[in-house]
Design a protein around this ligand. Structure first.
Ligand code: 7GP
Length: 790
């Protein structure tokens, strides 16, 4: 494919798809024309993959997820199709700024955080490996909110990614299902008949997901909600214009917004409806596809593997049983067994508040037949294990974790430590009954986006050094190891990092009016805001360091830029106060002439996938400082290590495995282990004891209390202070000294620039295991029983 052909196609789309003359084309027009020209080149492999799957009647995997945090798609598709040079040349020949064209694409944020981004990496790996499959989710009209800061406080605004046409999707008016809610259940002969009281239409929108080198493409099918009857003409004719449109508005509400909360059950009926809406539509589609090829539904598990991405699609258990039993006359026991053999469930968190529970009364009202079937599923389980105390319905709630466990043939955690904790904590009783069910599949990240796309400089160096095979076989990065002893390679490695830092510094300068020194250490913590992730531990250490610098200005400080990024759930007050505190501390510290040569705090608003792509390649230090036992895995931690940042972290989630891979000597470990945290909490005075033992921590808390960062307002951070001093569940205080000391080891290590770079290069060379290709191969072998088709 050369630039001339691509240019011709761009001009064709400009004229015939967009109706624009080149002379009047805007940036949007050019971007859309390029998108459509690239999309054309995705369609051929997409059709070929689909035809091959149909021809072989292959088993497919169906990844059901409330969230897909896909970000921008254009650059990724260009890379995967090997069109980078052609696209660059075509843009130059049209006088377009290629970087600006790429940046014009809205960042599709149909997710909150790790769980949603993992789903996007999995789509990329499934297509790269030729694993036939579909992602199924919701086409939210408004993705994750846009974050800005007003006087340091988070402000949320509705996001509007669909204001412009979404160039990647194909609308499928023919692929539509009616999805019902409410109503009643009657007995019709042997089986029950559910008559829903209301209904909406789920309409499909397909986005092809192309794999590396365009060898395979799968489909991301997102459902949009529409009214069954578009418009009430009678009401309209009587002058009731709002009433006439009301039906439509009510139906569309279901796919209107992504719930901006990744940890707590919102308790909203609408959320339950969203979950059922996309799960039921997906199952109808899956069963329809199966029945087009096969007649006996008992064979479903041999042809379909349905993965539940956390409990959000857990209603798939009863809904599949309903389809098999009520609609297709399969005996109930057999329907349960068939559904179980088809379904499997991934757990992404142990936080009790994030394990979904729905009030029984709500479930019975919105999904009356499903409530009955949940009870039948529970009865069946109880009669198989009469001594067990495990209940799906308990205390008036339906527990979706238990339901998912019982209805899945495999349950997996997302890192070795987390999978062990799943066995010993949340699902201990169920694990005792089903000892083979829980397995581990450590998360991974796609090297196409997180190295090739995000870090072109380091990618070029790697390819020059070991050739390009690493992109689809990331463990080959190990071949870099011998080059760490080569001064020429190390100089080039250091140059790539430095150039990435300069680029980020320029971006901070023109986007945020804050330029930072590229020779300072870039210390980065980017992730959702949550107390367990402990951004407040980081900012407390920053305050203590600043104090120390002012007290000892001649101590030879290592210059650092503390970079934060992330959003807090709008209803999570404590997380929002931590954001406010960070911004307040930044204002004071950045204005201090004594320390400004060594210490800066920057917090660009509206962290998203695209911002991560800028920050990660420029990072020196990766902050992975969660309370041990709380971060299920982390995936940002993997992206940083891959891009040659050193980690400061606790023994939590996948940090444990990262440290094993990169070597303990190339990882800054601090803090209590998961069992030590549990033991620490036994002492009700643990926070007071820790504060008493640490003059630094005590002083840092005091500065906040005195209003040093809040214009003298000594009440502003009362809640945070009280929390730390009295109910420090996340053991910030108990880990503080260990963290502070470890940070000073980081300072010392950074001063030996050559040694630091060698450690960074070893992190890159030894992170190949964290490719999501490895993770997907694990799911294919251990959970889905599917073979690659290429
Ligand atoms: C996240 C976990 O917090 C993170 O540790 C993990 O790497 C990621 O999933 C992918 O497995 N969890 C969520 O994003 C989430 O929404 C609530 O969890 C169900």
């Amino acid at each position: 494919m050369n630039a001339t052909d691509l240019r011709a196609d761009i001009l064709k789309h400009l004229e015939f798809s967009l109706g624009k003359d080149l002379a009047h084309a805007t940036l949007y027009d050019i971007r859309m024309a390029l998108t459509l020209a690239v999309r054309d080149r995705v369609v051929t492999p997409w059709f070929a993959a689909t035809r091959a799957t149909y021809a072989a009647k292959s088993k497919r995997v169906y990844y059901l997820s409330m969230e897909f945090l896909i970000g921008r798609l254009l650059e990724d598709a260009i890379h995967n199709l090997g069109l980078m040079q052609a696209a660059q040349e075509a843009m130059t020949s049209l006088d377009a700024d290629f970087a600006a064209v790429l940046a014009d694409e809205p960042d599709a944020a149909l997710g909150n955080g790790g769980l949603g981004r993992l789903a996007a990496c999995f789509l990329d790996s499934m297509s790269t490996l030729g694993c036939p499959g579909y992602g199924y989710g919701i086409r939210y009209e408004h993705g994750l909110f846009r974050q800005s800061f007003h006087e340091g406080r988070q402000v949320e605004e509705a996001e509007n990614w669909l204001r412009q046409r979404h160039g990647w999707e194909f609308e499928r008016p023919e692929a539509a299902f009616q999805i019902g809610f409410g109503g009643s259940v009657s007995e019709a002969g042997k089986t029950a008949l559910w008559t829903p009281g209301e209904a909406v239409i789920a309409k499909a929108y397909d986005t092809p997901t192309i794999g590396w080198q365009g060898k395979w493409a799968n489909t991301l099918r997102l459902w949009g909600a529409e009214p069954v009857r578009a418009f009430d003409l009678a009401a309209f004719n009587q002058g009731d214009y709002a009433g006439a449109a009301g039906l439509e508005a009510a139906a569309r509400t279901i796919s209107r917004v992504l719930y901006p909360d990744d940890t707590t059950d919102t308790g909203k009926e609408l959320r339950l409806k969203q979950e059922f809406f996309f799960t039921a539509a997906s199952l109808r589609d899956i069963v329809r596809r199966f029945q087009a090829e096969h007649s006996d539904l008992r064979a479903l598990p041999t042809k379909a593997a349905i993965q539940l991405n956390d409990t959000h699609p857990a209603i798939a258990g009863p809904e599949l049983v309903r389809i098999l039993h009520d609609e297709n006359d399969m005996p109930l026991d057999e329907a349960i067994l068939t559904a179980r053999a088809t379904l499997s469930y991934t757990n992404h968190t142990l936080l009790p508040e994030a394990l979904e529970r729905w009030p029984e009364a709500l479930m019975a009202r919105v999904l009356p037949r499903h409530m009955q079937l949940i009870e039948r599923i529970e009865d069946t389980h109880r009669s198989a294990y009469p001594k067990s105390a495990v209940r799906i319905v308990e205390g008036g709630d339906v527990k979706m974790g238990e339901l998912s466990f019982i209805m899945g043939h495999k349950v997996n955690g997302v890192s070795a430590l987390h999978s062990d904790l799943v066995k010993t904590t949340v699902f201990a009783e169920l694990h005792a009954l089903h000892p083979d069910r829980i397995i581990n599949q450590t998360n991974g990240v796609t090297p196409r986006r997180w190295m090739l796309g995000a870090n072109p400089r380091l990618s070029a160096l790697i390819t020059d050094t070991i050739s390009s095979g690493w992109v689809a076989d990331l463990e080959r990065l190990r071949e870099l190891e011998p080059h760490v002893a080569d001064a020429g390679f190390m100089a080039a490695f250091a140059d790539a990092k430095r150039a990435n830092k300069v680029e980020l510094s320029n971006w901070f300068g023109h986007e945020h009016g804050q330029s930072v020194d590229p020779d300072a250490m870039y210390d980065v913590q980017i992730k959702r805001f949550h107390e367990y992730k402990r951004q407040h531990l980081n900012i407390l250490e920053t305050i203590a360091l600043w104090t120390e610098m002012r007290d000892n200005p001649n101590a030879g400080w290592t210059p650092r830029v503390k970079i934060f990024g992330g959003k807090a759930a709008p209803g999570y007050v404590m997380a929002k106060e931590i954001i406010h505190l960070i911004n307040d501390v930044a204002t004071v510290i950045n204005a201090d002439p004594v320390t400004s040569q060594w210490l800066k705090v920057v917090y660009p608003p509206n962290y998203n996938v695209s911002m991560a792509e800028k920050l990660i390649p420029a990072a020196d230090l990766s902050e992975q400082i969660s309370t041990a036992g709380k971060e299920a895995s982390g995936t940002g931690n993997m992206k940083f290590a891959l891009n040659g940042a050193l980690t400061i972290g606790t023994l939590d989630g996948a940090n444990v495995e990262i440290r094993e891979q990169v070597g303990a000597e190339n990882f800054f470990l601090f803090g209590m282990t998961a069992p030590e945290v549990v033991a620490c909490r036994e002492n009700p005075e643990h926070q007071a004891d820790a504060i008493k033992a640490s003059p630094r921590l005590k002083a840092a808390l005091k500065l906040i209390e005195k209003g040093i960062f809040s214009d003298g307002d000594d009440k502003r951070y009362k809640a945070i202070l009280k929390n730390l001093r009295k109910h420090d569940y996340f053991t910030v205080c108990a880990d503080f000294d260990s963290y502070y000391d470890c940070q000073r080891q980081v300072d010392a290590a950074y001063r030996d620039a050559d040694q630091w770079m060698r450690m960074a290069a070893l992190n890159t060379a030894r992170s190949g295991w964290f490719s999501s290709d490895r993770t997907i191969l694990g799911y294919m072998a251990d959970v889905w029983d599917i073979k690659p088709m290429i």
